[in-house]
Write a protein that binds this ligand. Structure first.
Ligand code: PLP
Length: 383
């Protein structure tokens, strides 16, 4: 089976991990700060805080912004459940903003309309979490503008986005947001097996992230509530977690990061080949990338007529092509349906869900495999 996504591991990655195993520190050593430094430099941001997953990253990002009971967080329904769960972890309520059908990203028109209504009803969101679907940045300048008007904070869920650009700057630079989250799960652009990162330009938020990542405990003299009682002294200032990334993961991350440019270039090249092939198949609709965006090309999604989707999906699986679906609208999940409040249907998200299929896209997908995938789709739709 050709998977829809998979990691790309070279000898240099293996050597980097083995080096850590032979070193003094398996955790809390020099590799995590090195990985953080390298990410910060790459995405042109002041602070980067490594954690054990993007899910943890989203959780501490919400905590750092003070999300709690009675607060409201909005995100996209077409995302992994973690984009919404982070609000629930904090005791906040969550709601969803419909997507734009051409990009799969949060619709600015839908966001603005929902904000106008929310202001009228006296319940504006504290935080909005736009998801950079498939690796293309949302229209962050527009969302930032709305944040100024309506007074909410922004966490970018850039789990798909490392290596992508928006308005000529790297995703994660924080020009239009408070915090940005990356994932290093093996299907993403680069991997640390499990792992995530939060980036920010805000010194205070950076300190909060570090605190929540590690039990809420600190030795930072600037944060202590009274003078140190001796060299052993530390204080717990908040209820934090153990969300730390290991040295093994960080070493793998540093090694992967050196290959990021090539990995993204390969994904972009494969995306171009798909675009070209589907351009003369009117049965297939593909996502568009806006002029001011450079997508990291995490996913390749095709949309077909709703009444053909299931059969095409099954046909491709039967051909040994590991197609997938990103994503089921989060509010349709049984857990979300059981929450005490009811979600308004997002019509574009539902239409998208009826028609979408993610086809394989990863750096080591061969041209031959790609041609087989394209011809399998053509054969089914044009017969
Ligand atoms: C993968 C993913 C996550 C969760 O990432 P983990 O590192 O697996 O916790 C969150 N949001 C989106 C959009 C994702 O694709």
């Amino acid at each position: 089976m050709i998977p829809y996504g998979r990691q790309s591991i070279q000898q240099q990655d293996i050597d980097a991990v083995v080096d850590v195993l032979n070193s003094d520190f398996l955790t809390q050593g020099p590799k995590v700060p090195e990985f953080e430094h390298n990410i910060a430099e790459l995405v042109q941001v002041k602070h980067a805080c490594a954690v054990n997953s993007a899910t943890s990253a989203l959780h501490i990002a919400c905590l750092a912004l003070g999300v709690g009971s009675g607060d409201l967080v909005w995100t996209s329904p077409i995302s992994f459940v973690a984009s919404a769960n982070c609000a629930l972890y904090c005791g906040a309520d969550v709601d969803f903003v419909d997507i734009d059908l051409d990009t799969g990203n949060m619709s600015i028109a839908a966001l603005e309309k929902k904000l106008i209504n929310a202001e009228r009803n006296g319940r504006l969101p504290k935080v909005v979490i736009p998801v950079h679907f498939s690796g293309q940045s949302c229209d962050m300048a527009a969302i930032h503008q709305l944040a100024q008007t309506y007074g909410f904070k922004i966490i970018e869920d850039a789990s798909h986005g490392i290596g992508g650009q928006y308005l000529g700057k790297p995703i994660g630079c924080g020009q239009y947001s408070d915090l940005c989250v990356f994932s290093f799960h093996p299907v993403k652009i680069i991997t640390t097996a499990e792992g995530g990162m939060v980036t920010t330009n805000d010194d205070k938020l950076a300190k909060q992230l570090t605190l929540y990542r590690s039990h809420g405990v600190t030795r930072d003299p600037a944060l202590l509530t009274k003078a140190s009682e001796g060299p052993w002294y530390y204080q717990q200032l908040a209820l934090g977690y153990n969300y730390r990334m290991t040295e093994l993961q960080a070493a793998l991350g540093c090694s992967q990061l050196r290959q990021l440019k090539d990995l993204v270039a390969k994904r972009q090249q494969l995306t171009k080949s798909y675009d070209l092939a589907f351009a003369d198949m009117p049965e297939v609709k593909t996502l568009t990338v806006n002029a001011h965006c450079q997508s990291a090309c995490h996913l390749y999604v095709i949309q077909v007529a709703a009444d053909k989707r299931l059969a095409l999906f099954e046909h491709l699986r039967n051909c040994g092509i590991g197609v997938n679906l990103h994503y089921i609208p989060i509010y349709q999940q049984p857990y979300y349906q059981r929450l005490a409040y009811e979600f308004e249907a997002c019509m574009n998200a539902e239409a998208y869900y009826q028609s979408a299929i993610s086809i394989p896209l990863f750096a080591q997908l061969t041209a031959q495999e790609q041609q087989f995938i394209i011809s399998s789709i053509r054969e089914f739709l044009c017969n």
